[in-house]
Design a protein around this ligand. Structure first.
Ligand code: PMP
Ligand code: GLN
Length: 436
């Protein structure tokens, strides 16, 4: 590789929002709703499975396992995803275990992208897609979800943020290698509808493009919404890699167990990248996750399933956070999924001191001001946009509500705003805001 190519691949990707905001939160926050991870414990059945894996009789669980995934884990993943996708999956060729979804994404970009390939990224996007595409030598092509104004007196929903079909079509070209889809979406919480997925799928088929489908929040959907897997749409299985995460599925982000599911014609290339970089991920963690899935398959759809219980609890937290934010004068956008919520902070412009000649977006200055002055940590939404679009979406911040301390009581450290301009929704799925 020549030096200019190497330089271009690393250009502008030296900064990292998590490094900066995790440090700020650790220094100043009383209530940390910033980085996305649950601060409550994972389910007992999973902790017990991990304890058994490390202290049981099976000493082999302390040693290397199969490079592309511990056999019990790939087998159960093939069984579960086979059921979800309605097709038979081969655990050895259709599934690969990775060090978190992060490494799964990295393998995808390294495996598929060649110098000059274009990758379509839907904004706002989980920040690592951009540097990963660039490091692989590709060119990101961005398309924003565009917000529609909500009805008078109603809060906006993540469903109000939509792709413009003609604009999306215009982003596909001869150079398009792939589109990255993230549904449910971090940071908005948008759950793409069947119609939206069909639009993307039709363009992928028409332009022979791949779909890297980041579905790490697949179980976190609310108000009876359905998570639809794009790989199940006509013509999509053969061109889609599904990316998943045990971190989000079982509230164990620190274990760093993730996976890819897809056709062998694509996964064979991921295996090459994986075996020559990471080789495999921690055996005991994989074994415990396999047991967790075994339990969930036995309880699939039943009230005591963690996949049923976790979203139910998170939906309550979401609703409490919405009420708390409305009470301090923000305008939350109701997320249909994930454990994130984006809120409009444009009404606070007068409170945050202006920094002359600063090119830092308002939301970033606001988030820093908020953690230092109110003890409340959140992430500026502009961090989830490319450099050219940051200024178009600079009056929102993202909160994570997978937290114990997230209610009005905890946000009472915030003083000076008590406005509640919003009336309750009238439809059944909506959240009553008044009188809260
Ligand atoms: N994709 C998205 C959309 C995420 O929010 C995250 C969170 N870290 C990841 C991928 C990475 O997941 P993991 O922690 O399993 O690496
Ligand atoms: N996915 C998590 C978030 O969006 C964590 C990101 C990270 O730490 N890299 O907050």
């Amino acid at each position: 590789m020549s030096r200019p190519v190497q330089a271009r691949r690393l250009e502008g990707i030296d900064k990292n929002i998590w490094v900066e905001f995790v440090k700020l939160a650790a220094t100043y926050s009383t209530v940390n709703l910033g980085q996305g991870f649950p601060d409550f414990p994972p389910p007992d059945f999973l902790k017990e499975a991990f304890s058994r894996a490390v202290s049981g009789e099976k000493h082999t669980l302390h040693q290397y396992t199969r490079a592309f995934g511990h056999p019990p884990l790939v087998k159960i993943l093939a069984q579960l995803f086979g059921k979800l996708l309605g097709r038979e999956l081969d655990p050895m060729t259709n599934v690969m275990v990775t060090v978190g979804a992060y490494q799964a994404l990295f393998c995808c970009f390294q495996a598929f992208i060649e110098e000059g390939d274009e990758v379509i990224i839907i904004e706002p996007f989980f920040d690592c897609y951009e540097p990963m595409v660039k490091m692989a030598g590709g060119t990101p092509v961005y398309i924003p979800l565009r917000p529609k104004a909500p009805k008078e007196g109603k809060l906006m929903s993540s469903a109000d943020w939509q792709l413009d079909p003609a604009e999306l079509a215009s982003k596909f070209s001869e150079q398009t290698k792939a589109i990255v889809l993230n549904s449910p979406n971090n940071p908005l919480g948008k759950v793409f509808s069947r119609g939206e997925l069909e639009l993307i799928a039709d363009l992928c088929v028409k332009h022979d493009a791949l779909c890297i489908s980041d579905e790490v929040y697949e179980w976190l959907v609310y108000d009876g919404k359905e998570h639809i897997r794009i790989a199940s749409l006509p013509g999509m299985w053969d061109r889609t890699v599904i990316v998943g995460s045990a971190g989000k599925t079982f509230s164990i982000t620190g274990w760093k167990v993730g996976w890819t599911v897809g056709p062998n014609r694509l996964l064979q290339h991921l295996r090459t990248v994986h075996q020559n970089s990471v080789y495999h991920c921690a055996t005991a963690a994989q074994d415990a996750v396999a047991q967790g899935f075994q339990r969930e398959l036995e309880r699939y759809g039943k009230p005591d399933s963690y996949f049923v219980q976790l979203p139910r609890e998170l939906q309550q937290k979401r609703d409490q956070l919405i009420q708390s934010l409305v009470a301090v004068g923000m305008k939350p956008i109701i997320p249909e999924g994930t454990y994130f919520l984006v809120a409009d902070i444009s009404e606070f412009k007068s409170e945050v001191p202006d920094v002359p000649d600063s090119d830092e977006p308002y939301d970033s200055r606001f988030a820093k001001w908020m953690v230092k002055n109110k003890g409340l940590a959140a992430i500026p939404l502009s961090a989830f946009y490319c450099g050219a679009h940051k200024d178009n979406y600079n009056s929102f911040i993202r909160f994570c509500f997978a937290k114990v301390r997230h209610t009005a009581e905890h946000l009472c450290l915030w003083q000076g705003h008590t406005a509640n301009h919003y009336v309750p929704h009238s439809d059944a799925s909506a959240i009553a805001l008044a009188g809260s």
